[in-house]
Design a protein around this ligand. Structure first.
Ligand code: MRU
Length: 341
């Protein structure tokens, strides 16, 4: 089953806020519904957000297909800026939007615009499936039989179109017959690990245990973890990795215990045009921290911080597994990107 799918009558997404208890599908018929789905994290994970953004633009074009060239371009611009504002950290969203703008800019009739943007959105989605398979193939070579692997957040099929990045590596290693064991950290405050990674690992039949975020150091000290592998929302020059809050702490812990720390991401996550200081780390509503399942857990009047991501310097990352191959320090992605898009 795909996390997001383009169909004749709309874009269908799995509502990730309802998982693991309910498997609900949302039908998005316009770009505003897509934008809301990204903001509410009904769809989340960097690659999936990119695909959703692209499909949002395609929906916008379809809606005004009978308009003039000028009208379509105005509407597409509106949709583009609306989707651009949804979430600031994942590079894939901006990357997909740039590709969609290029797809409509080169067309000179309304029908050609509609055709181009729909084709491009579907292409971005199909490319993600292939990229995750490639990441899985390259990454599985870094996994040994018997490895006990810690992963954080959800970088699985639900964060992409179907296979996953960090979880794609885990999945590929498992499929190749290696006996591995996974520790999935619950990932406060939105619990992507407990709700989504646990859901996926269970379905795949990969042996695992769920842990709270604060157990990682203890498990490493006890010699129960061999490797850490996570996804990424944005990777800048020299391998600075922006990923789910808590990733940096895990990288520090891994280094302190002399354990390999790997990041898996498609090249659409790499952004050579920013410095780490310029990447916006999304600050989400403090109520996500103050409440669990609509029950307030802190005293009234208490305020909370809620940065959704953090930055791990490349010096703490032993390898970055991309769809074009494994990159090791010192991180230089320029050749890789030239071969890509
Ligand atoms: O806030 P989220 O759930 O969108 O954050 C997701 C992550 O941080 C993932 O690790 C990242 O997007 C990589 S997903 C393949």
């Amino acid at each position: 089953m795909k996390t997001i799918e383009w169909k004749e009558d709309g874009v269908y997404i799995i509502d990730q806020t309802k998982l693991p208890h309910q498997l609900t599908i949302i039908k998005c018929e316009d770009y505003e519904r897509i934008a809301i789905a990204i903001e509410r994290m009904e769809i989340r994970g960097a690659p999936a957000i990119g695909v959703a953004a692209a499909m949002g633009i395609a929906l916008a074009a379809k809606k005004v297909a009978s308009g003039s060239l000028e009208e379509i371009r105005i509407e597409l611009n509106k949709a583009w800026h609306r989707i651009l504002r949804t979430r600031p950290t994942a590079r894939n969203l901006f990357w997909a939007l740039e590709r969609m703008r290029a797809a409509w800019s080169s067309a000179d009739s309304p029908s050609e615009i509609v055709k181009n943007v729909i084709e491009e959105a579907i292409k971005i989605s199909e490319e993600d499936v292939a990229a995750c398979r490639a990441i899985g193939k390259f990454g599985a070579e870094l996994i040994s039989d018997g490895d006990r692997i810690l992963t954080h957040c959800n970088a699985g099929g639900l964060a992409c179109v179907e296979y996953g990045t960090a979880l794609g590596v885990i999945r590929a290693a498992h499929e190749s017959g290696k006996k591995i064991f996974v520790y999935a950290s619950e990932t406060r405050p939105m619990l992507q690990g407990a709700r989504l990674t646990a859901f996926e690992l269970k379905i795949e039949g990969i042996p695992f245990k769920l842990i709270t975020d604060n157990m990682a150091g203890h498990l490493m000290q006890k010699g129960l973890i061999d490797k850490v592998i996570v996804g990424a929302d944005r990777i800048t020059r020299y391998g600075y990795v922006f990923n789910k809050i808590g990733t940096y702490s895990l990288a520090i812990l891994a280094r302190a215990h002399d354990l390999p720390f790997y990041v898996a991401a498609p090249i659409s996550t790499i952004d050579l045009n920013v410095t780490p200081d310029n990447v916006i780390i999304e600050e989400r509503d403090q109520n996500e921290v103050l409440y669990i399942n609509n029950t307030r857990i802190a005293p009234e009047g208490v305020e909370a911080l809620n940065p959704a991501f953090d930055m791990t310097p490349g010096g703490l990352v032993d390898a970055i597994i991309t769809d074009k191959g494994v990159v090791r320090p010192p991180y230089d992605f320029s050749l890789l990107l030239r071969q890509g898009h």
